[in-house]
Design a protein around this ligand. Structure first.
Ligand code: PMP
Length: 453
């Protein structure tokens, strides 16, 4: 009997075909609209990532509020994808919507600060720690700029990243390990440069390999997520973060922590909750409640080194910044989100329901004896169609089961729950309700009961 992630392959194929058919039959309006109007876009989608959703065709969203999407075919969908974290605090949080309405008639971008900017700066320090901040528009950009600063102040060429990591479309991090050798990621489009000249790569949770890389003297910074969230979900071993901090100091490299996803951990992100002490801190996506904004900050000591490097460089462009960044709309939203939405009370709610979801899914997996497991980081939950825990990116790559996941995602959506594409991630927002979580658990139960019959 041929098994995929423990599921009989012929049963999976029949299940996948039935669910795809059910989906296609249920959304005639979206299908007709796409057939008529999607051609303007390359490949029929405005962002090629949208091709990675597994359904026969995309739904078209009519509106979204809180943790609920409504599509043009009239379905109300419990949204656990939440824009893959951009809307982790719910769709259009009221304080943020109000800030947008207020700023909407006062100008949208002027390359000058506002009073909201000063208040947002104060709040950033209050929530994330005493860093010196810069505002960007995407976490991709924030990481790029942090990397530039690290190279400038250390005079070293390479960034050390972990195999299977993702830090946005930052070419400097687009390397991978293959048979123990660092190379450009194979899927990269149109990259002619040898990225290994500027990056090295080891496995997560491997401090010996980190030390060996640092011993070359070429590493300007370690860039890492506190938990690998883009390769299934890989938790740090006890002592891993302490080790990174100790080793990076010993060998004169900076430590950059990218909290773009682990902001789910609680107030102040994983760094705040677990008292990490990075030299630079990056967070994007949901930091301004869904309005495109990212922030990156550095410690006072790093800021002094930055100033010195800045004073040394020749006049001309620094290679950092984008024109629309630090605009007044971002500041209005940052201020509203940091002060009224990203609160301890909301995190409490998110944590509680995420725990309920993780327990519920794990109980189903247990009952049907699926060789799967569940991992949770605060409000972020992931089921993984392989036994766990996973230790690093190589194991995570192995654990990925695209065929099973695609069928499952479509089946869950047919039952009213949307989870993130590419992997099996679910987020709880402050507006997510217990009954939505219970519906998702029930759908998961129904599907796994059939697949593992
Ligand atoms: N850092 C991490 C950890 C991410 O997961 C992502 C996006 N998934 C990014 C940075 C980049 O974010 P953006 O696509 O908004 O630039």
């Amino acid at each position: 009997q041929d098994l995929i992630a423990g599921v009989a392959s012929d049963r999976l194929a029949a299940f996948a075909a039935r669910e795809a058919k059910r989906y296609a039959a249920s959304r005639p309006k979206a299908k007709a609209a796409l057939d008529k109007g999607a051609e303007a876009f390359l490949g029929g989608v405005p962002l090629h990532w949208m091709k990675d959703w597994p359904m026969p065709h995309l739904p078209l969203v009519a509106k979204a509020k809180g943790a609920r999407l409504t599509d043009i075919d009239g379905y109300e969908i419990d949204d656990f994808c939440l824009g893959d974290t951009g809307s982790m605090f719910g769709h259009s949080p009221e304080p943020v919507a109000k800030a947008i309405r207020h700023q909407a008639t006062r100008g949208l971008t002027y390359m000058l600060p506002t009073e909201d900017a000063l208040e947002a700066g104060r709040l950033l320090r209050e929530v994330f720690g005493p860093f010196r901040w810069q505002i960007a528009t995407t976490a991709t950009d924030a990481n790029r700029f942090a990397i530039r600063v690290a190279r400038a102040i250390t005079g070293r060429p390479k960034i050390l990243v972990f195999n299977g990591c993702y830090h946005g479309t930052v070419d400097d991090a687009m390397v991978e390990l293959s048979n123990g050798k660092v190379q450009n990621r194979q899927g990269l489009m149109g990259q002619v440069a040898d990225l290994t000249l500027g990056a090295s790569c080891v496995e997560f949770n491997d401090l010996a390999a980190v030390e060996a890389a640092l011993q070359t003297g070429e590493i300007a910074a370690i860039l890492t997520e506190p938990v690998m969230t883009n390769s299934c979900m890989v938790l740090p071993d006890a002592g891993f973060h302490d080790g990174l901090r100790t080793l990076s100091r010993r060998y004169g490299a900076l430590l950059i922590i990218d909290e773009t996803h682990t902001i789910s951990s609680g107030l102040g992100g994983y760094t705040g909750v677990h008292s990490l002490s990075p030299d630079m801190f990056v967070v994007g996506k949901c930091v301004a409640g869904g309005l495109p904004t990212a922030v990156w900050g550095m410690t006072d000591e790093t800021a002094q080194r930055y100033e010195a490097a800045n004073a040394r460089r020749a006049p001309g462009h620094s290679g950092m910044g984008t024109t629309l960044s630090a605009n007044p709309l971002q500041f209005a939203c940052l201020r509203a989100n940091l002060s009224e939405v990203m609160t301890a009370q909301n995190y409490d709610h998110m944590e509680k329901l995420a725990e309920r979801l993780a327990h519920g899914l794990a109980a189903v997996i247990d009952r049907v004896k699926a060789p799967w497991h569940v991992v949770r980081v605060g409000a972020r939950v992931e089921f993984i169609c392989a036994p766990g825990p996973l230790k690093n990116g190589a194991e995570a790559a192995h654990a990925h089961q695209p065929q099973v996941e695609a069928a499952l995602h479509t089946a869950l959506l047919n039952r009213g729950s949307l989870i993130a594409p590419f992997h099996n991630m679910m987020l709880i927002s402050p507006k997510t309700r217990k009954r939505q979580v219970d519906r998702l658990i029930a759908a998961f139960d129904e599907v796994l009961t059939e697949l593992f019959r």
